[in-house]
Ligand binder design. Sequence first.
Ligand SMILES: Nc1n[nH]c2ccc(-c3ccc(NS(=O)(=O)c4cccc(Cl)c4)cc3)cc12
Length: 288
Amino acid sequence: DPSVFHKRYLKKMRDLGEGHFGKVTLYLYDPANDGTGELVAVKALKQDNGHVPEGWIKEIEILKSLYHSNIVKYKGCCTELGQVVQLIMEYLPLGSLQKYLPTHKLGMSRCLMFAQQICQGMEYLHSKRYIHRDLAARNVLVENESLVKIGDFGLTKYIPEGEIYYRVREDGDSPVFWYAIECLKESKFSFSSDIWSFGVTLYEILTRCDHRQSPPVKFFEMMDGAQGQMTVMVLIKQLEKQQRLPRPKDCPHEMKMLMEQCWAADPAQRPSFRYLIEKFEAIRQTYD
Ligand SMILES: Nc1n[nH]c2ccc(-c3ccc(NS(=O)(=O)c4cccc(Cl)c4)cc3)cc12
């Protein structure tokens, strides 16, 4: 069974990323032990205090069930004492958008193509009634200069038929600067709150993930009394005063409009990924 990976053949190469509960590491899977194995990305939980949270099993089942060109491929699992402890994914050598954009000069056309591909992956996810809850440039991976894939589903939840919201009690370091206002105020997550996060991800793409223009940096700058302490309450106040991330340098007016639609205070006013895909398709024609 090619989806079974034996821990003893995994040779650690380097870290790829770290989240609140887990970390992603590059390994060479080398059963022949002659260096001819294949490179794989391995996600593992940080705390391995013996028991495996059911949320972790759920995350693996979700990725295993997703088949889309803009979603990172599931390769298998590594078990230990019969328990699944590591998730094995395909390795994308160009890494995340957050690392790729600042070092590669992408024109507007390429940025819009990447944005459209993220929408395509997200539309597929929503079509299966999953909400992502952690869409950000750091979680989008670059396969090559013409293909990106959503690379992490650690906060993804299933929304039962007939439901609109998924409510969670907040966990550790939530990505608050990517959260819709109703998520910050009432922990209400929905397909529409993913659209808000996509708007922030589009902002990151249009700023080429320039750290000086990152969402946390810009929200701090917008905070009254510059030296104050940024809390969720301060961020909520800013958003309630209709303050939003600024228009990135050289950002076309149409893109600013699109981001602001994604950041509508009323979730029902935000577009769908289907609508966004059509918008990007049309706008890209004017760039080719
Ligand atoms: N280069 C790659 N090839 N395959 C991958 C699979 C996942 C990842 C990956 C995916 C996401 C991140 N973002 S992250 O913010 O570091 C992160 C967020 C949540 C949970 C974790 Cl463990 C890590 C970092 C790395 C990278 C690659």
